[in-house]
Design a protein around this ligand. Structure first.
Ligand SMILES: [Mg+2]
Length: 294
């Protein structure tokens, strides 16, 4: 497998993630019926939504990912304090959106210096899982590091077995995809998760697409395994509504890793904030290099 292919899939994952975030934010918290009534099929990055975004603007999913990616690049390796400090800086930058669990964890760190929250049953939102792509990229060749770094960054805000398991599983799937492994390897990861926690079973699909990590992962896996192109995968996912920016981002990450950056529709890439695109390209190269693959 060539370096070029790895970079192509890694870029596909990160830019696909941002596209899904920007596309899905428009219809976040809407039901499929409301979306259909208002947009027919929602398929363009037009901004708006409850956050009143500019077209091409992204939300906390992409911003928190960039915060982690930048900490890794700045320190040429893992520095959990730097990750937490970047979260604080981001919180203080008055972001368009921040989840309650994320806010609580970041404020605990800011006020006490405590990096990890105690395990909580109500920490099963998707906020830790959604921001883990930079860790996947930096550890493409080092899965032992992947598990450790992923759980550390997660536990700044989310300390819950369902969140932990989902974060690791989606990361393992992206690792397989970028490394060019087949779909059987990806399905096996999903099945391993379901054998551990049967609530993640997505067949038959319940149609629930909320920010609860179980609903999020079911939606992402259902549409990722059930579609055959980058574009159809993202459109189907975000039209399910609910936490559509996060389901869109996560499915965009998987589909981008599978199909490669050239399958991302040009109209989406050009609509994204171009400073953001440049930052994502730069981080992707830096993280892949750190993984020893460039
Ligand atoms: Mg968001």
């Amino acid at each position: 497998m060539s370096t070029e292919q790895v970079l192509n899939r890694a870029l596909g994952a990160y830019l696909g993630f941002a596209c899904g975030d920007a596309l899905g934010a428009t219809v976040e918290f809407m039901t499929p019926k409301q979306i259909q009534k208002r947009y027919g099929v929602h398929q363009d990055i037009i901004g708006g939504g409850w956050l009143g975004l500019e077209a091409g603007q992204v939300t906390d999913d992409t911003q928190m990912s960039l915060a982690i990616g930048q900490a890794i690049i700045d320190h040429q390796g893992w520095n959990i304090q730097a990750v937490a400090d970047n979260f604080v800086a981001w919180l203080e930058s008055d972001p368009p959106d921040i989840g309650n669990t994320c806010r609580r964890g970041i404020m605990r760190y800011r006020d006490s210096g405590e990096l990890f929250g105690l395990p909580r049953d109500d920490d099963a939102g998707n906020g830790a899982c959604m921001r883990n792509l930079p860790v996947v990229l930096a550890t493409l060749n080092r899965l032992d590091y992947f598990n450790e770094w992923s759980l550390q960054q997660s536990h700044i805000t989310h300390n819950n077995p369902l969140s932990n398991a989902a974060t690791l599983t989606l990361g393992h799937i992206v690792n397989h995809l970028i490394n060019g492994h087949d779909m059987a390897a990806c399905i096996q990861e999903a099945e391993r998760l379901i054998s551990q926690y049967s609530e993640f079973s997505y067949n038959p699909y319940s149609g629930k697409a909320s920010g609860y990590i179980v609903d999020t992962v079911q939606t992402v896996l259902h549409y990722f395994f059930g579609t055959d192109s980058f574009e159809s995968c993202l459109i189907a996912t975000v039209n399910q509504g609910g936490d559509a920016d996060t389901t869109g981002a996560l499915v965009g990450m998987l589909a981008g890793a599978k199909y490669g950056v050239q399958q991302i529709p040009e109209r989406w890439l050009t609509q994204l904030d171009q400073q953001l695109v440049a930052q994502i390209r730069q981080q992707t190269t830096g993280l892949i290099r750190l993984a020893g693959l460039l």
